[in-house]
Design a protein around this ligand. Sequence first.
Ligand SMILES: [Fe+2]
Length: 241
Amino acid sequence: MKPFDPGTLQITVQQGLKKFEILTQNTELSKDLNELFYKTIKAISSALDAKDPYTHGHSYRVTLYSMILAKHIGSDDKFMEEIETAGLLHDIGKIGIPQSILCKPGKLTDEEYEIMKKHPEQAEKIIMEVKQLHIISDWLKSHHERWDGRGYPDGLKGEEIPLSARIIALADTYDAMTSTRSYRKALTHEDAIAEIQRCAGSQFDPNLAQKFIECQDEMLKAKDNSEEYYKKYSCLEKKFK
Ligand SMILES: [Fe+2]
């Protein structure tokens, strides 16, 4: 207020600077915490991927393919961050599945398959404990639902299944088909795409399956250069690099 009193002015400026400093420190601290949170999620995902040599890198690649598809359908940065987190954690429920079932070379018995089928609900339970991840807990629970309602655990049908779970389901199946497993060799990219086409409308959301096929060249390039393409599509990597 005029007339200026030099002493009061000096105090006001000092207080303003102090506030600015605290605000900057808070912003930095919040960025550090978010980075820590992201890197922890990535570390948990890598630990899960390392459990089985046959599915090595599975969560990472499922996340990558999910991000490519999500970007292709015009998702905003917020959704891109959420789908990345969900992709990294989609199989976290497998932590509770015995290694003998997870890595069994050969077909699972009916009983073993029932145990394996519990992992989406286990994932939901684990993730519900983390307030910041509530939004994705439903997505993790639904990643084995099928468009025709014959999936698990809830037999959801069509658009009852969250969009992100429908995206992850496609990415998950494509990676499973194009990776060698203990009981079979990998399918070629072309055969995997033909299978996605065949299952559009039964296992998969038909529109989304079509979108997946539209970006199949990008998927194939990403498969062979996963780190480069992960950086290209990940908003979180850019935020915390
Ligand atoms: Fe799964």
